[in-house]
Write a protein that binds this ligand. Structure first.
Ligand code: FAD
Length: 415
């Protein structure tokens, strides 16, 4: 393994030769992928360099310091890629990973259903074999960015005779095909981040199975673990990458236009100096609220939680992942965002009602406040995190399951 100094000078030299704000986003991501710096922790045969977290941090720091953008944002890079590294065939690793890291494909997560969220394994979406294809029938919901993605990580039941967790398969699913209807759901932010996805007779190929037939639960758990870890740490750590894939339309644009830009999908708040707490401290100063004792108390608590969260994240990045730690990190993140909501509202006063790009803070704080209930739900709700901490870290007994080992067909359904 090279030293930190060696990696730093190698990345600097590579960036000096390859970063060019005038090439397209697509070309930049392709260079990044082929260099192994786009996903430095992945093994070499998966377009990485096999680096540990400390070395990967150096790569991300240097990309940011050069004023370049990092790898693509979105769920393909954050969730699908680590799942392919762990469960993919050689061919899937070669082809699917290249397209994810170089931003050619954008993936959404087709996991949740109307009756299967916390109890994800209770899903009813089914896949029926038809030669070397599978026919999919079912409904997914809360599918973030489904309207912007060409592929989905689809969980479907392939064996209803097997116990609940055993008859599920993980598929690569083409979103643009007959039988797929994506219907946006508008949230209280005014945006439609997520969608309902109706699937009637859509098809996947046998070669689109990731992780083996009826082994989808294991692959899904890799995705969920990446989600919990990523939610706490904020992705690659490199300066915000743009949204990938053929629909978003970023690939042919000049990459220099995405540096420090809201076009990159970066809200600016958590990546600003001092993070969320730093942004609110500056806002309190601007609004003359920095002397208000209640605001000061909230800011101090927010700063402390943010610092503790950063230490937890660094501990995990260093490989020190004790049972339940990712769940503690996810839980603290949603608590921190609720506190951010309360303190921000106090600082903003009536300005909180002004919304949109022309409003104070360009609407960024207002949107973060309205979105604040979301993180306590996605990636596993706060209650579910507490259950996991109780069972896996504190050794409390699991909830009794009278249907354990019974065929899914015979177990009661949520819907
Ligand atoms: C902003 C956002 C984006 C999302 N994006 C996606 C996405 O891209 N793809 C996707 O597949 N899903 C996505 N989701 C869905 C998310 O994963 C689910 O909403 C979540 O898993 C909870 O499931 P549910 O909504 O069905 O609630 P339920 O599971 O019905 O829970 C309802 C309430 O009961 C509580 N509860 C449930 N079971 C237990 C238990 N055993 N013990 C204690 N309390 C319990 C929950 O904590 C919750 O308060 C997203 C959600 C949000 C809010």
């Amino acid at each position: 393994m090279p030293t930190i100094d060696e990696v730093r000078s190698e990345v600097r030299a590579w960036l000096a030769e390859n970063w060019n704000p005038d090439i397209t986003v697509g070309e930049w991501w392709e260079r990044l992928t082929l260099s192994g710096y786009g996903a430095p922790k992945f093994p070499e045969h998966c377009y990485g360099r096999g680096y540990n977290q400390a070395l990967a941090n150096v790569v991300n720091e240097e990309i940011a310091a050069a004023g370049a953008i990092g790898p693509p944002s979105g769920l393909g890079y954050l969730l699908t890629a680590p799942t392919i590294v762990m469960h993919g065939t050689e061919e899937q690793q070669r082809d699917w990973l290249f397209r994810i890291i170089s931003g050619q494909d954008a993936w959404c997560q087709l996991f949740s259903e109307p009756g299967a969220g916390s109890d994800l394994a209770g899903m009813l979406c089914k896949a029926t074999r038809d030669g070397d294809e599978w026919i999919i029938e079912g409904q997914k919901v809360w599918t973030s960015t489904a309207q912007l993605t060409n592929l989905g990580m689809l969980l479907a039941r392939t064996d209803p005779e097997a116990p609940k967790h055993a008859g599920i398969t993980y598929f690569r699913f083409e979103m643009d095909q007959p039988g797929v209807t994506v219907r946006p759901l508008r949230e209280m932010t005014g945006r439609a981040l997520f969608n309902e996805v109706f699937i009637e007779g859509a098809r996947v190929k046998e070669s689109d199975i990731l992780g083996g037939l009826n082994n989808g639960w294991a692959a899904a758990n890799t995705t969920l673990a990446a989600e919990r870890a990523g939610l706490g740490s904020g992705g690659s750590g490199a300066a915000g990458g743009a949204f990938p894939g053929p629909i978003a339309g970023n690939l042919d644009q000049r990459v220099g236009d995405y540096v420090n830009s809201r076009r990159s999908g970066n809200t600016g708040a958590s990546s600003a100096p001092g993070g969320l707490a730093g942004s609110l401290i500056r806002l309190a100063q601007q609004k003359g609220k920095a002397e208000d004792p209640i605001v000061r108390q909230g800011l101090a608590k927010l700063w402390s939680m943010q610092t503790i969260g950063r230490y937890t994240s660094l501990r995990m990045r260093g490989g020190n992942v004790t049972a339940g730690l990712p769940n503690v990190a996810k839980l603290s993140m949603s608590e921190m965002l609720r506190l951010h909501r309360d303190v921000a509202t106090k600082i903003m006063g009536p300005d909180m009602f002004l919304y949109g790009d022309d409003a104070p803070t360009e609407g960024v704080v207002q949107e973060a406040v309205v979105f604040s209930p979301g993180p306590a739900i996605y990636g596993g709700t706060d209650q579910v995190q507490r259950n996991i901490i109780g069972e896996r870290a504190l050794g409390l007994p699991k909830e009794p399951d009278p249907y354990k080992g019974k065929a899914f067909r015979e177990t009661p359904k949520n819907a």
